[in-house]
Design a protein around this ligand. Structure first.
Ligand SMILES: [Zn+2]
Length: 74
């Protein structure tokens, strides 16, 4: 299979991603995936619950990123 910019390659999470860059020695490629990827989970104050003893309840919020670009070593 020949790799070329604009071709399809699997992103690290297994989606079909588009090749956007290939290094000159063809050992590293960059792919951009249009699917959502979990970037990180952050703790945020949960204002929907009453504060108790000065501490706000916390809840987790997941941050997803679309169109993430991955560098992949072949
Ligand atoms: Zn993906």
């Amino acid at each position: 299979m020949e790799l070329k910019v604009g071709g399809i390659f699997k992103c690290p999470e297994g989606h079909n991603a588009t090749i956007v860059w290939i290094s000159e020695d063809k050992k590293v490629i960059a792919v951009r995936c249009s699917q959502k990827h979990l970037k990180k989970v952050v703790k945020v104050a949960d204002n929907t619950k009453p504060a108790m003893s000065g501490h706000y309840p916390r809840k987790e919020r997941k941050i997803y990123v679309e169109n993430m670009v991955f560098l992949i070593e072949i």
